[in-house]
Design a protein around this ligand. Sequence first.
Ligand code: BTN
Length: 253
Amino acid sequence: KIQPKTFFVGKNLIFLPSCHSTNDIANEIIQNKEFIDGTVILTDHQTAGRGQRGNAWESNIGQNILMSLIVKTTFLSLEKSFDLSITVAVSVLEALQTLGIQNTSIKWPNDLYINEKKTGGILIENSISGNKMSHSIVGIGINVNQTKFENIRATSLCLELKQEQVSREIIVEKICESIESNLELLKSGSFKKIKEKYLLNLFGKDQLRVFKSEKGIFEGEIVGISDQGHLKIISQNEEKYYNIKEIEYLFDD
Ligand code: BTN
């Protein structure tokens, strides 16, 4: 029943009632045989869902979107691997926006936020061949119909939209469609446009925010992203770049 209006993203759809992690399944597919570019693996339940920074990705059974996309990325040079991460984040954001969801933003590097709460996450695993990219596994988790969360900074589409049920199928279709069109932009050399959108929707940009680094807690302002994807923060008139392990947001609560 999921039929995205695309040429390749999500044309080959694999649904598994349960699995360890859709990213791992995608990896097995790549290892075992010739894979179809744009293959999407969907599941209702992961026993070993993975998130960024080595975290686990927890999700109630049958309520949310747990998907992985396999894409050939031979068109991207190794130094540009972060461009894909930005492209996917913008795509998911646009998919949610076309569905009329408001107050969406991207929290660096690629978390999806609605009203200052996390609704989705992205975990990209790149395969490299020689000194070039060969293909990427794009894992996307979106909280759709789950209503209870342990983390107070987590939410779902149904909670934010105040609806009883939100269609997961339509969202998956929209995500496939926007990923495909943005991948085309990326391939045609229009990454600048995508990055502009990313910066426009970047959580906390140009606002005074509190961060934690190894040097302690400090106030600063996010002003941009480096080409490698490092976060650029100005604090006390000093500009600094941070990678994902070096910096953390602190919220008031
Ligand atoms: C994060 O925010 O930490 C990234 C979360 C990514 C979760 C998705 S769910 C589908 C895919 N399979 C996984 O094991 N992880 C990703």
